[in-house]
Write a protein that binds this ligand. Structure first.
Ligand SMILES: [Zn+2]
Length: 429
């Protein structure tokens, strides 16, 4: 899908070839997959090891010292110009969903690497260590969880996780051991917040906002909070031919009325998204009035109180529907995680970098979760989105343009230098 790439902005001369190299590397990593003809890379597998070894080789060549922490995150360190300096982390994840695209995750890791290569090429060191971190698990495909890598770093990894099993019955503890990690020492992976300046993640947008605005990059304001519910409407089964319409207690009609009400409510609420993705009708027979219908409801918004308010309104609406239709309601929250705001100061510097690089500044929320959610618990975070074709992600059609990647690298370059300037000024005062 072509982009309206009409911004007459000169990108730093180094950034285009760096973006071309990044995309070639993403192609190379995409060949490292567990399944022939499609990209599937689960955490703690030999394929993940292969990818890490390749990225580690690039890190070494860029002048970084490279290590793995106990859970198996890959970390490259480009040292500061002075000893005892704090650390800026730049990163994302290297695992994928099943039948994935090439950029969700690797883009952020490879961008950090490109940033260091540019510093190496110009012989520069910053007043902070620059660490590129490649998280071993974010998508949670193998153990049906998420953020295992970044939660180890944020200190939120729970020892109970080690008993989780994959589809072959292998425990997480054994998988980490087989990968070369040490499950007994994951607590030591937690980074000391006092040593960190922040965490910056570059990620494909996974949505259509930047494409619609014809802008290559955007600064994320917050990662949306999410409430997931299981909602059951109960009525009464009956013969499809004999029960008159006015005497029916049809659970599916109640659910249908509610689903359309959800859509109507959320359409009028900016940045709010709500989805009914599953529906189960019982007895699920063509000539029986549905007695019970259970639906899923996923509600997301960047503001916690707003999300909770809308959930309450939707509950009241469901109750009203049930009263008028003589149904009973079961409303259960199955998962809830709060919104994660990006750090205003760090995001301000990122925004200034966007403008310094010559691009319009667009702020947008993230509807999808990222490693930055876990990292926000220990350090300020900022997140830069890169336009992707059609907003498509978690799919082989995922695509980015070389010009947009060059823009993102240019912004990242300005960002680390602005941060360096600020830090130098701070120490001189
Ligand atoms: Zn991702």
């Amino acid at each position: 899908m072509p982009f309206a790439d009409d911004l007459p902005v000169p990108v730093g001369a180094w950034a285009y070839p760096a973006a071309e190299l990044l995309l070639a590397r993403a192609e190379q990593l995409a060949l490292m997959t567990e399944e022939p003809s499609r990209i599937t890379r689960r955490a703690f597998t030999p394929t993940m090891r292969e990818v890490q070894e390749q990225v580690a080789a690039w890190m070494h060549a860029a002048g970084m010292s490279v290590r793995r922490d106990n859970i198996g995150n890959l970390i490259g360190v480009y040292p500061a110009s002075t000893p005892n300096a704090p650390t800026l982390l730049i990163g994302s994840h290297l695992d994928t969903v099943r039948d994935a695209g090439k950029y969700d995750g690797p883009l952020g890791v490879l961008a950090g690497l490109a940033c260091v290569e540019q510093l190496t090429a110009s012989g520069q060191h910053l007043p902070f260590n620059l660490e590129v971190i490649a998280f071993v698990d974010e998508e949670g495909l193998r153990f049906h969880t998420a953020y295992l890598g970044s939660e180890a770093v944020s200190g939120d990894f729970k020892p109970d996780y080690l008993h989780l099993t994959d589809d072959e019955g292998i425990t997480l503890a054994d998988a980490i051991r087989a990968f070369g990690g040490n499950p007994d020492r994951i607590a030591q992976d937690r980074r000391d917040p006092a040593t960190l300046l922040g965490y910056c993640e570059l990620h494909i947008e996974q949505g259509p906002v930047l494409e619609q605005a014809s802008i290559p990059v955007g600064v994320v304001t917050a990662i949306a909070g999410q409430t997931r519910m299981a909602i059951s409407f109960r009525g009464k089964a009956g013969h499809a031919g004999t029960v008159p319409m006015q005497l029916r207690r049809d659970a599916l009609c109640g659910a249908a009325e509610f689903i359309l009400a959800v859509e109507a409510y959320t359409r009028e609420s900016p940045d709010m998204v709500a989805t009914v993705g599953r529906i189960n009708a019982y007895p699920d027979v063509s000539n029986v009035i549905p007695a019970e219908v259970t639906i899923s409801l996923d509600v997301r918004h960047k503001d916690n109180s707003h999300r909770q308010r809308v959930c309450k309104m939707l509950l009241e609406r469901a109750q009203h529907i049930c009263i008028t239709r003589h149904l009973t309601l079961d409303w259960r929250i199955v998962h809830e995680n709060p919104a994660t705001p990006c750090d205003p100061a760090l995001s301000g510097i990122l925004g200034a970098a966007v403008q310094q690089a010559g691009y319009p500044l667009l702020h947008l929320p993230s509807g999808a979760g990222h490693d930055a959610v876990a990292m926000a618990r220990i350090t300020p975070i900022c997140l830069l989105f890169v336009r992707c074709a059609g907003g498509i992600s978690h799919h082989p059609d995922e695509a980015v343009q070389v010009g947009d990647v060059a823009a993102a690298l240019d912004v990242l370059h300005h960002f680390v230098h602005l941060l360096a300037n600020q830090l130098s000024l701070g120490t001189e005062q």
